[in-house]
Ligand binder design. Structure first.
Ligand SMILES: CC(C)(COP(=O)(O)OP(=O)(O)OC[C@H]1O[C@@H](n2cnc3c(N)ncnc32)[C@H](O)[C@@H]1OP(=O)(O)O)[C@@H](O)C(=O)NCCC(=O)NCCS
Length: 129
């Protein structure tokens, strides 16, 4: 199973956000030599729009920065406008459209973020979490 393999992998962080003993959100980030890839991010419906997704992603980004990795990429369904707005709000920019990315049918948009800008902003403003 993909999640179990991710938990065992040394170059992957599997992050679970809990609230009131429930799982509020879940995220998986894979770290390479020079860049990181967000494999999965989901927040449970009752906990959406409460900052959980932001906290999970910023925690994983901080791990990348500590490891000297300043580039993060991810794919999001082209039809998932809410998630695209979320990523844009967190500083991600659309890079390329990938037709048929999901099961050869649904298109994805690859988005990316340059974390060197983030660490520069934090050196000026201090950490935001
Ligand atoms: C996308 C997702 C992870 C966002 O998580 P979240 O915890 O609800 O997001 P946050 O509360 O941290 O949002 C931070 C900011 O992003 C923006 N944002 C988040 N969701 C948004 C939406 N659906 N529409 C527009 N903007 C959104 C807002 O600006 C928000 O700040 P605000 O609430 O103060 O306005 C969550 O909606 C989700 O799990 N969706 C289903 C799974 C999914 O699409 N995963 C991504 C696949 S790649």
């Amino acid at each position: 199973m993909r999640v179990a393999a991710s938990i065992r992998a040394p170059d992957v962080n599997v992050l679970v956000g809990c609230a009131r003993e429930e799982i509020a959100g879940f995220a998986i980030m894979r770290y390479g030599e020079d860049d990181a890839h967000l494999d999965l991010l989901a927040v449970a419906l009752p906990y959406r729009r409460a900052g959980v997704g932001r906290k999970l992603l910023e925690w994983l980004e901080q791990c990348a920065v500590v490891a000297g990795i300043f580039s993060v990429a991810l794919e999001v369904r082209a039809a998932n406008e809410g998630a695209q707005l979320f990523y844009q709000r967190l500083g991600y920019r659309p890079l390329v459209q990938l037709p048929g990315y999901y099961q050869g049918v649904e298109a994805a948009i690859r988005m990316g973020r340059d974390l060197s800008r983030r660490s520069l902003e934090e050196r000026i403003q201090g950490p935001q979490f």
